[in-house]
Structures are given as structure tokens and as C-alpha cells.
Design a protein around this ligand. Structure first.
Ligand SMILES: Cc1cc2nc3c(=O)[nH]c(=O)nc-3n(C[C@H](O)[C@H](O)[C@H](O)COP(=O)(O)O)c2cc1C
Length: 330
């Protein structure tokens, strides 16, 4: 008998497989299916900081168009109304999810500043969420700003959010940092409870026939888990918070590899779109079967046992150039 229980963000999860934030995690119907297929937790679709601003602006424009004029008090009133209104729907989703599910419900906010949205964290806590995931990314397009200034925004967001809520907080980061080792370790020294590595960004593409910008590939491929596994393996021993693997995790084998590298939990999104929620169940089965065949009864028996510091050959993690010996190709 295998026990798939893990601890992540101070929560007990019956499986290390979490349904990651996506359009699939915004309806109660789907959330119930995700639970029935064996997910350990679910991250709700993100509330976007941009979305909140956009909604406020739209209402202001509509109001100005209707009345023919606009004034500062109306701006404040409408923007607060709109923010609360939109948030109200999100809070309802949290409340309903908590009422219908037994697994932990992690709310998510997609943000790029430590502005007033931070107050929402408390409301999310009051609505009953078990944790909060902050999806932070600022595309570094400002030629006047250096890397430390960008990173300070992350630190400010974490500090402000942790000051406004008692919820466990995870920060979901992208994979484009020059000093990944130093940065993730530093992030783990903050009050943050977990780091999700990595978010996968929307990318632009061009339709060369219609000469239009379109969205690039929405879904990850199975090969994308390698880069995540590398960094989880390199960093898991040294960090002071949980690491959760995300991107390219499409099956049980990829789950096992992330856990061996030191992840406390993993997230799946693309494969749930492509093959359905049954892939959570399949991955849980594969994990159990693999544990049995290796004589493991619980996750602690092997999680992190193949991280870089425990590897027979640590160079397997740090080598970046192809060599016949490692790549196995001519
Ligand atoms: C259609 C779609 C919508 C997504 N929406 C969100 C979102 O609202 N918030 C978020 O943090 N991540 C979002 N993601 C990113 C996923 O949570 C995940 O980090 C990413 O897709 C990599 O994991 P995967 O390889 O399992 O897809 C979305 C992904 C997809 C494919």
C-alpha cells in the first residue's frame, strides 16, 4: 500500500499532483471533476491585476460616455465598485469551491506591482481559500531599469501580501533570471512558503499569410519538464521553503522525476486540456506502481533523493553543452 500524501505550503495533500491555474479551474463543475480524478489540490484561475485595472477603466469610460462628463469622485467610486464587483465573483468561486471540495483550494493572483490589489489577499483569506499563489512577472522591457530594481518589485509584493494575510503564500516565477540560483534562494529567505518553478509565458506569434499577430503555442510539450527538473534538483537542498514543479509535466514519469529532484508537489495544466482530467488519475497510478516496485511506502522515502547534492555525478545537473557521454548521441 502506498501513501501519496505530501506537505506543501503547510497543507496536507493526499497526492502531490495539483491542477495548475488555468481556464479549467474556474468552474465548480471542473473543480469537482479534478478532485474526483485524484488531484491533491487545485489552483484557481488567476485574478489578473491588469484585468482589475481594465474593468475599472472600462466602467469609467462607459460612465463618461453615458453622462458626457467625468470627475474625480466618480472615478474613485466606480473604480472601487468595479474592483469589488469583479472580486466578488472571484470570492464566490472560492466560497463555492470550499463548500464543494475536500481538497485544498489555492487562490491565484497574477500581478506585477505591490499596488492596492494587495488588500484583496485578506478578502481571499476571509472567503476561505487555503493558500494564495502569486503569479508574478514583469517583462523587463524598461531600458532604464536594472535587474535588481525588477526583483525588488517581487520582494515588495511578497512583503505586502504577507503583511495583509495569514494565508500561506507561494510565488510562481518564470525561468528567465540571470542569477537563478542566488535569486530563488533569496526568495526562499523571505516569508514566502513556496516557490512554483516555472510559469510558462504567453508568447506572440505572427500569421505570415494574414500578416497578423496571434498567440503562440498555448500548451507545453513533454520535453519542457527537463529545465524545471534541472533547477528543482540544483536548488531543492538549499532553499528554505517548498518547491513546486510546473511546466511540461504530462505524465507519471515526469511527476516521479520532479519528486526525486526535490519537488514537494507538481502542477499540471496543458495535459489536462489536451488529454483530460483522467491524466491526474493515470499519473497517480503510475506513481503508486513505481513506488511499489521500488519498495517505497511514502513520498518521504524518496523525495529529493536525486537532487544535485545527492547525485553520484552532480555535473549531470550543471552541464549545458552536449557531450557524447551525457547526451548519448554522436
Ligand atoms: C490556457 C491556459 C491558461 C492559463 N492561465 C493561467 C492563469 O490564469 N494563471 C496562472 O498562474 N497560470 C496560468 N496558466 C499557466 C499554467 O498554470 C502553467 O503554469 C503552465 O501552463 C505550465 O504548465 P503545463 O506545462 O502543465 O501547462 C495557464 C495555462 C494555460 C495553458
Amino acid at each position: 500500500m502506498t501513501d501519496l500524501t505530501t506537505r506543501y505550503l503547510g497543507l496536507t495533500l493526499k497526492s502531490p499532483i495539483i491542477a495548475g491555474s488555468s481556464g479549467l479551474t474556474k468552474s465548480i463543475d471542473n473543480l469537482k471533476k479534478i478532485e474526483s480524478h485524484g488531484a491533491g489540490a487545485v489552483v484557481l484561475k488567476s485574478l489578473f491585476e491588469e484585468q482589475i485595472h481594465f474593468e475599472s477603466q472600462k466602467q469609467i469610460r462607459d460612465n463618461e460616455a453615458a453622462t458626457g462628463y467625468g470627475y474625480a469622485e466618480a472615478y474613485d467610486l466606480i473604480s472601487n465598485y468595479s474592483r469589488d464587483h469583479h472580486l466578488g465573483e472571484y470570492l464566490d468561486l472560492i466560497k463555492k469551491a470550499k463548500a464543494e471540495l475536500t481538497i485544498p483550494v489555492i487562490a491565484s493572483i497574477n500581478c506585477y506591482s505591490a499596488s492596492e490589489w494587495v488588500d484583496f489577499a485578506k478578502k481571499i483569506e476571509d472567503a476561505g481559500a487555503d493558500a494564495l499563489e502569486l503569479n508574478v512577472f514583469i517583462l523587463p522591457t524598461d531600458t532604464e531599469m536594472n535587474g535588481d530594481e525588477y526583483k525588488q518589485i517581487y520582494l515588495d509584493i511578497i512583503k505586502k501580501v504577507k503583511a495583509s494575510t495569514k494565508l500561506p503564500v507561494a510565488v510562481k516565477i518564470g525561468s528567465y533570471f540571470t542569477d537563478m540560483g542566488n535569486w530563488v534562494t533569496k526568495l526562499s529567505w523571505t516569508e514566502v512558503d513556496g516557490i512554483v518553478m516555472f510559469n510558462r509565458f504567453f508568447t506572440p506569434d505572427i500569421d505570415i499569410e494574414r500578416l497578423k499577430h496571434i498567440g503562440g503555442g498555448r500548451f507545453s510539450t513533454e520535453e519542457e519538464f527537463y529545465n524545471v527538473m534541472r533547477w528543482i534538483g540544483i536548488l531543492s537542498d538549499g532553499v528554505q521553503c517548498d518547491l513546486c514543479a510546473s511546466t511540461g509535466i504530462h505524465n507519471g514519469d515526469a511527476v516521479i522525476k520532479q519528486l526525486l529532484s526535490g519537488a514537494k508537489a507538481v502542477q499540471m495544466a496543458s495535459v489536462l486540456y489536451q488529454k483530460g482530467f483522467v491524466e491526474i488519475e493515470n499519473a497517480n497510478k503510475r506513481l503508486s506502481q513505481w513506488m511499489q516496485s521500488h519498495g517505497y511506502t511514502k513520498l518521504d522515502d524518496f523525495v529529493g533523493s536525486m537532487s544535485m547534492s545527492k547525485a553520484e555525478n552532480p555535473a549531470a545537473f550543471t552541464r549545458v553543452q552536449f557531450m557524447k557521454h551525457f547526451a548519448g548521441i554522436e
